[in-house]
Design a protein around this ligand. Sequence first.
Ligand SMILES: Nc1ncnc2c1ncn2[C@@H]1O[C@H](COP(=O)(O)OP(=O)(O)O)[C@@H](O)[C@H]1O
Ligand SMILES: [Mg+2]
Length: 237
Amino acid sequence: MKHKGFFITGTDTGVGKTIITAALARMLLNRGLDVGVMKPVETGCARGPKGLIPTDSEFLIKAGKSKDPKALITPYTLEAPVAPSEAADLAGVEINDEYILDCYLKLKERHDCMIVEGAGGLMVPIYQRLLVSDLIKLLELPIILVARPNLGTINHSLLSIRYAQDQGIPVLGFIVNRRHDRIHASEEKSPIIIEKLSGVPFLGTKPYIEDSLLDEEFIEKSAEYFEDLIQLDPLVL
Ligand SMILES: Nc1ncnc2c1ncn2[C@@H]1O[C@H](COP(=O)(O)OP(=O)(O)O)[C@@H](O)[C@H]1O
Ligand SMILES: [Mg+2]
């Protein structure tokens, strides 16, 4: 298998990419796979006494029980809560895609498979004209798309899938993530419609999980849900 891993992207920011990346990493880990995690660029990092704190990255490190150097997992941490290209400009940082690739290859060498979380959606600018989709192509990874469940998701999901396919990026499937316990009438059929119109497999809806839980409990509960998604096996083995 060429890929040995996948890139998690979303139809938007805040759809649940970090939660899904963490859940999949822990699920594979629980199955005995040696999984590496990466979040190449993180923006909106609060400033602590020891520098910027990339909370997504730290959550993924916990979920993947990673012992890799943080500088490889997240080579670029930026303070402004805006798109990476703008946050980099504000900080006077030049984001180098070859450097990201270098970090990725070092991590890949250490693990059976890699899970990489993007920033925002597929057309978010990473630096100047470099988009998230360009980074995905550079890393040569297929994607799993995280979508929201509510009204509007058919359009956002189909646009993301069509764009990825036009870019030659393989789409392994999509996951619907429920961030609230309220269920809207439009939600029941949306995944089936997206699957039918795109031809991309629907991997499942992740239920809402009480987010007042401690991180470890939240991660384990989320991972448990994905244990039934056996379709993921051929992607990483
Ligand atoms: N299934 C879920 N159950 C409960 N809370 C969730 C769930 N998915 C996401 N959330 C909450 O929604 C917020 C955004 O999710 P996150 O994974 O950080 O999105 P993204 O990485 O796409 O920006 C987080 O604060 C997270 O705790
Ligand atoms: Mg995130």
